[in-house]
Design a binder for this molecule. Sequence first.
Ligand SMILES: [Zn+2]
Length: 402
Amino acid sequence: MKYFVMLCDGMADEPNEVLDGKTPMTLAKKPNMDALAQKGEVGCVKTVQEGMKPGSDVANLAVLGYNAYDCYTGRSPLEAASIGIDLKDTDVTLRCNLVTLSDEENYEDKTMVDYCGGDISTPEAKILVEYLQENLGSDEFKFYPGVAYRHCLVWDNGNPHPGEFTPPHDIPNKVVREYIPKGEDTAKLYELMKKSYELLKDHPVNKKRIEEGKRPANSCWFWGEGTKPQLESFMKKTGLKGSMISAVDLLKGIAICAEMKSVDVDGATGYIDTNFEGKCKAAIDEFKYGQDFVYIHVEAPDECGHRGEAQNKVKAIELIDEKILGPVVDFLKSYDDFAVLVCPDHPTPLSIQTHSSTPVPYLIYDSKNEKNGVSTFNEETAKSTGNYIEKGYTLMDYFLSK
Ligand SMILES: [Zn+2]
């Protein structure tokens, strides 16, 4: 038996005026998803548990069958795993964004101009983060370069709940005074943020960026604290050899922590220009190598939701259907039996341009157990069947037991 999960990040939505009162899933031409829906089971699943934020971390853990209440220890340690950092149980990790701040004298008076440091490139960021490590790194604090603006600080024997941090993307164009880290044990971290500005503002990498009309990545900004996650191995849990194919460090980190194989695909960008064909080929290759379970995560619908790009969101769903789902399912027909799960992790409605916790539609197809399904797969038809899975982390067991 081969199992394939097509995870369409943020695909679910709400009827939107820009799309003539339809959702992107309803509007998208997706013959392959619809063909599976006609012979499969569709329904709704609550992937984000009560009291948890609807992040891709929590929601993807649920789809993979992990109860976030038991195992979720923060976002940054999952990213740390994807960077290749071997965390100790006593380490505390923080996401270290490279951001652009305005140039007022006092740090508190500066404005958060850009949470992603003017889209700083990975090679430039590596130089800056290594420079921070040389000058601010110590036995207690270590800086590790990651991808683009997303890096990691590891705090040896740190306080896992040092205080309150604000994600920089939540305070665009705001003066940072009210959002600097609060709490008894954040003083040292704030000190590092202030010193990073002094070190980075005149760094040659940033001088060159300013000359080229780009924003300098002139400060680090900490948030997303966490500790080493304790995920049971996916293999031990399910007996299946699993592979993860994603462009996103978070998903790679989840895979590494769950002892799955994380596959890198050239040109996988996390946006609508991502290498759909490459991801499709990688999935087929993984099955050929003998893997039982392949999980492809495509970020593009989520990004389009965040940017409020309605037509692109429709297009992203169509591209997933045409360039990944169709060919992978065709390939799977060469096996005696196979099952496919298609679902988003969470909705990213165009109307709010951020994630919501609303239950999402799922589609399960089992080649050995075809059913009378529904004509097409979308939010509406999923609801109409009355199938509802309240505990999202049980969906995977349900899928695998098919
Ligand atoms: Zn998102």
